[in-house]
Design a protein around this ligand. Structure first.
Ligand SMILES: Cc1ncc(COP(=O)(O)O)c(C=O)c1O
Length: 391
């Protein structure tokens, strides 16, 4: 089972959000999808389901979801050491859908919902459109000096009912340390708030970092709902399948009181693909990790050439959060770079209103395409920023 990089022609022939909508001379590095072929066992499982015409309603009460719950519990135990109870597992179509459900089930209009800034945009959209108030806490660990005031401020809010934690964090690739998870657990306990942990990126963590789940923090476990999926690591986001775990029977029961059609909807193919991913694709995932690790090292090397570019390598994920505020590319980093480089990067402004000078670059691609992107990126920064080169 090999990791296969897709060619430009293969990628451009698709209709997805990443490659389907850019001009032929643009390389998209914005949407969080991989430029690699889906692992062979997943493709085989999908083909087999299609060949059997097995595309009816999935049986959500037994069979596949139960198998998926067991697999999720085993995998979590292996990867991060905590022990989910398979009976406390729910299967939804999407993590963002699960968050909407959790907001509806556990908060009221006007309540505050803590999220980290920068924020994965659908989180804030979900919180605002459901009439709750996003409360932004800058990303970082509890010991960071410049965050002391922000932590003190969130402690004082009157109606904090839900803490949304993205661990590892998108877009920064930050992994919150155990002290920070304990501090968040304490905050949740003092406010009697529920914790929703999105761990979709937890399978891509680089050497030297330990990524803990907040569900493994004793004081948070009973108030924590963890959701994850195979969508990002195995590149199957269009198939719609997410798996969640509820830390207590009460949390689970309250979630289940929501209408079934609101909180379900995983597709037959999504279930089949997720099972294949978690059961049979570990060696493919190891190859992906090795490729991403090499790409990350190449990116670090390249970014270190530019005096005005600030770049903290991500501890996890295949997303690089790059600070261009000190360069002349400046506030319209995305527009200028798209024109100058023909690389489509995700503008920082979508992750928060004061983040125009940042861009997010997806390096989940082949070595050759990354090289081309870095060459174009370097040329654009040099053109705008002439004397900014370090070496
Ligand atoms: C942190 C995070 N959560 C959730 C998602 C999307 O997951 P879903 O489609 O299951 O809502 C993404 C997609 O990039 C993501 O980065």
């Amino acid at each position: 089972m090999r990791l296969i990089a897709l060619t430009d022609n293969q990628l451009r022939a698709g209709h997805g959000l990443k490659w389907g909508r850019v001009q032929d001379d643009v390389i998209p590095a914005d949407i969080a999808e991989l430029d690699f072929a889906v692992a062979a066992p997943i493709r085989a499982a999908l083909s087999a389901a299609v060949d059997r015409s097995d595309l009816g309603y999935p049986d959500y009460t037994s069979g596949t979801p139960t198998q998926l719950a067991d697999l999720f519990a085993d995998r979590t135990r292996r990867l991060s050491g905590w022990r989910p109870d398979p009976r406390a597992v729910e299967v939804c179509a999407q993590i963002t859908q699960a968050l909407c459900c959790v907001i509806l089930a556990f908060t009221r209009t006007g309540d505050e919902v803590l999220v980290h800034s920068p924020t994965y945009p659908p989180f804030v959209e979900a919180i605002r459109s459901l009439g709750r108030c996003p409360l932004l806490l800058p990303v970082g660990n509890i010991g960071d000096d410049d965050l002391a005031e922000a932590w003190a401020a969130v402690e004082r809010v009157p109606r904090l009912r839900l803490i949304v934690l993205c661990q590892p964090h998108n877009p920064t690739g930050h992994v919150f340390d155990l002290f920070t998870l304990e501090a968040l657990a304490g905050l949740a306990a003092r406010h009697d708030a529920v914790v929703f942990a999105d761990e979709i990126h937890s399978e891509i963590v680089y050497a030297g970092t330990e990524c803990h789940s907040i569900a493994s923090v004793r004081t948070a476990a009973e108030r924590t709902i963890v959701f994850t999926s195979a969508a990002k690591s195995f590149n199957i986001a269009g198939l719609r399948c997410a798996v969640g775990h509820f830390g207590s029977r009460e949390l689970h029961a309250r979630f289940r009181r929501l209408p079934w059609h609101l909180r379900s909807g995983a597709s037959a193919l999504g279930l089949a693909a997720t099972i294949a991913a978690w059961e049979s694709c570990d060696s493919w995932l190891d190859q992906l990790r090795a490729q991403l690790s090499a790409n990350r090292a190449r990116l670090m090397d390249s970014m270190s050439n530019f005096r005005h570019v600030q770049f903290t390598p991500p501890a996890a994920t295949y997303l690089a959060w790059i600070d261009l505020r000190a360069t002349r590319v400046g506030s319209d980093a995305h527009g200028l770079l798209l024109n100058a480089t023909k690389i489509s990067l995700q503008p920082g402004s979508v992750f928060g209103s004061s983040l125009e000078g940042f861009v997010r670059l997806n390096f989940g691609t082949s070595e050759a395409r990354l090289e081309l992107m870095l060459e174009r990126f370097g040329r654009a920064i040099e053109t705008c920023d002439g004397k900014g080169r370090k070496k």
